[in-house]
Write a protein that binds this ligand. Structure first.
Ligand SMILES: [Zn+2]
Ligand SMILES: [Zn+2]
Length: 283
């Protein structure tokens, strides 16, 4: 079932500033009523008071967040190929469109009916079609383009700030200055130390398949993966990292497999794989 999601403007701005997350969170369970392939239509109210379509996430996975996550327990992830962020500058007011969707909104001020549990609404197929037609002509938001995460993780591990800076500069995607500074100046030094900590903590083993290259080859070959990608707003703390073998790492990125904190599995789309050794994620 498609859904309509009221995205607070400050949260929307924050999302783009940090690297478009392609995911939405809520404390209301209705968010998980959406099925894979369904759309979550997100709209926001700009400070001038008009309403604009912000994104269409075509759902790829549903997960639960780590306990105490500030934006709620439920999360949906958009397919990176099919989902779209719309450019909101210059967009016409969508208030009358939103009022036409079921159930029709009569409140004087539209946002009053989108507070609390009203922030997510179930849509009919007809509503979905209306939104689809209305969004056909919208421009895409260029800032929603992602940095190449695997490349970023690789250069971060070298600890070479210059290489990180070049990568961020070349693939500039409109990250805010603060975020850009964090990724290019602070993360490189910290990241390597964190990956080393994980290697010690897990004796070099992959947390998913327990492969141990240190026993086999005498070398550390497992890599640090950012559970919420750095390029999509994730942080560089230990609890956002896991140690995985290169095969698993490649598969995680290709399949864009998120971690479900409910049962500590990775959702590869085709199947879920459990984290088989955990010494730092669930405390
Ligand atoms: Zn593995
Ligand atoms: Zn990774």
């Amino acid at each position: 079932m498609p859904l309509l999601f009221y995205w607070r403007h400050d949260n929307y701005v924050h999302d783009l500033d940090d690297g478009a997350g392609y995911n939405l969170n809520s404390k209301y369970e209705v968010l998980h009523e959406v099925e894979a392939g369904d759309s979550v239509w997100a709209f926001t109210r700009v400070p001038e008071g008009t309403y604009v379509l912000a994104a269409q996430l075509v759902v790829r996975a549903r997960t639960k967040n780590a306990p105490g996550f500030q934006y709620g327990e439920y999360r949906v992830w958009g397919d990176l190929e099919k989902s779209r962020y719309f450019r909101i500058e210059g967009q016409e007011n969508s208030e009358s469109l939103i009022r036409r969707l079921s159930p029709k909104t009569k409140a004087d001020r539209l946002y009053h009916s989108f507070m609390g549990p009203g922030s997510i609404r179930r849509l009919t197929e007809q509503d979905h079609q209306l939104l689809h037609i209305a969004s056909r002509e919208l421009l895409e938001e260029p800032r929603a383009q992602l940095l190449p995460e695997e490349e970023l993780e690789t250069v971060l591990y070298t600890g070479n700030k210059k290489r990180v800076k070049n990568l961020v500069k070349e693939r500039s995607n409109g990250l805010s200055d603060t975020r850009r500074r964090t990724i290019t100046r602070e993360v490189p030094g910290r990241n390597r130390a964190l990956v080393e900590r994980l290697r010690t903590m897990y004796d070099g083993q992959c947390q998913l398949c327990k492969w141990n290259p240190v026993n086999e080859y005498g070398e550390h070959l497992c890599e640090g993966h950012h559970i919420q990608w750095l390029s999509r707003g994730g942080n560089d703390r230990l609890d956002n990292l896991m140690l995985v073998c290169p095969n698993h790492h490649r598969a995680i990125h290709r399949c864009d497999a998120p971690l479900d904190y409910d049962d500590l599995t990775l959702d590869f789309g085709t199947h879920h794989e459990p984290v088989r050794i955990d010494r730092h994620l669930q405390t």
